[in-house]
Design a protein around this ligand. Structure first.
Ligand code: SF4
Length: 413
């Protein structure tokens, strides 16, 4: 293929970046300047898991415009920026959960009027996965409203069968979220071919106790450890908009970025305040002055992208409340996966047709299953002794610019 440089851009400036730009609330006392942390994040050869809280805060507090620019640079160093993975999530056992998560419609503690159901059968789940695949989803996620898998041997076997069938017959990536699991249960799922196990940390350690009391933050981290130990990839992220502060956002990203292994998949949910859940009331009273803005979401995504460059960052629940241009900004900040389809467990979801039209309009293509394609551009990031930064972008031969009529037409569909 042609190796000529099709695109070249040069961006260089020298500036001291403010640490406290994010509402003036970013934690102080940073031992590293934003420029130093940025340098480290952009030039490291292997992802770093020893970030300090101050380092995360330093990035988080950069001017948003710069933060998003460098997040995009990082994104292009590790991923093909044209690709977005479509994932579909199915509730395979709804409601009646014994946990008291204040945001959840499925908790038996919350009076949301949701009817509990039994575990769906294999054929029903398989048919749903088939429809998802026909609509370009390459990852199929299955969720059940359980605290844990203790005493659920037969259910675990049935779910392992679902995973096996979807894997082998549809060649889709699979992910399940079944509550807390031990290493042995994780191993059963691994043997069935499970790609990833989802278990979110939800929020920061300090805000967590305001949201859930029936399981601890450490229980959550232990399950993620069990998942990693069994060789399954971890899918873990959280929910924004539960009355947390900017400091909680920094702590949340810090916890994820300092896990032994960065999550392969990092879902970012925007809270849907469901009627009958305690959080819905608290957002009107206790947290009425803590509104989640788009800038907060973009800071979380951009910082996560810079610090966890290999992770697939997924816009999950609540995306349907975001306008198209807000979603585009999230892609610019480093998102490269969305949940799409009929439903997002018990909440609404933007459907495939609408999403595919939106992605096409912007020049994105659906990511293939099990296939991490090479970054599209070759980037050269250098940082001078006085913190002059230069980013040169040279195509790596994998980019077809719209230099003929057909591709222009394709991009402007
Ligand atoms: S564990 Fe999951 S299903 Fe159960 S209440 Fe919490 S969020 Fe809902």
């Amino acid at each position: 293929m042609m190796s000529r440089a099709l695109l070249s851009c040069f961006y260089s400036f020298r500036r001291t970046l403010a640490t406290n730009a994010a509402n003036g609330k970013v934690g102080g006392g940073c031992s590293s300047s934003p420029a130093e942390v940025l340098n480290l994040a952009l030039t490291t050869k292997t992802p770093i898991t020893s970030w300090t809280r101050d380092q995360v805060a330093a990035l988080f507090g950069m001017p948003l415009n710069d933060l998003m620019f460098y997040a995009q640079v990082q994104h292009r160093q590790y991923h093909n920026p044209a690709e977005v993975q479509l994932c579909t999530l199915l509730s395979i056992k709804t409601g009646g959960c014994t946990e008291d998560c204040k945001y959840c419609s499925q908790s038996s503690h919350n009076d949301t009027g949701l009817k509990a159901t039994k575990l769906l059968d294999l054929d029903t789940v398989y048919e749903k996965a088939k429809v998802a695949k026909q609509n370009n989803s390459t990852r199929f996620c299955m969720g059940s409203a359980w605290r844990d898998m203790k005493g659920r041997k037969s259910a675990l076997r049935k779910i392992a069968d679902m995973v096996r069938k979807i894997n082998t017959e549809l060649q889709m990536e699979t992910c399940v979220t079944l509550g807390m699991i031990n290493e042995e249960q994780a191993k059963t799922l691994k043997d069935a071919g499970l790609t990833a196990y989802n278990h979110n940390i939800d929020t920061s350690r300090s805000h967590y106790k305001n949201v859930i009391s029936t399981r601890s933050y450490d229980d959550r981290l232990q399950t993620i450890q069990n998942v990693n130990d069994s060789g399954i990839k971890a899918c873990t992220g959280g929910i924004l908009g539960m009355g947390e502060t900017v400091d909680d956002h920094i702590d949340f990203v810090h916890t994820l970025a300092t896990m032994n292994k960065h999550p392969e998949s990092l879902p970012i949910n925007k809270l849907i305040a469901i009627k009958g859940t305690p959080i819905e009331q608290e957002l009107k009273t206790k947290y009425k002055d803590r509104k989640l803005g788009l800038d907060n979401i973009l800071r979380v995504i951009s910082t996560a992208r810079l610090l966890m460059p290999e992770s697939i960052i997924r816009l999950a629940a609540g995306r349907y409340t975001m306008k198209e241009h807000e979603q585009l900004l999230c892609f610019n900040a480093g998102v490269n996966a969305i949940f799409t389809g009929e439903k997002m467990l018990t909440t609404m979801c933007t459907g495939w047709d609408e999403d595919i039209a939106m992605l096409k309009k912007w020049g994105y293509v659906p990511m293939e299953a099990f296939k991490k394609t090479a970054p599209r551009e070759k980037l050269n990031v250098t940082i001078g002794a006085n913190n002059e930064r230069s980013v040169s972008v040279i195509t790596g031969g994998n980019l077809e610019l719209p230099d003929d009529k057909n591709s222009v037409k394709e991009l402007s569909l």
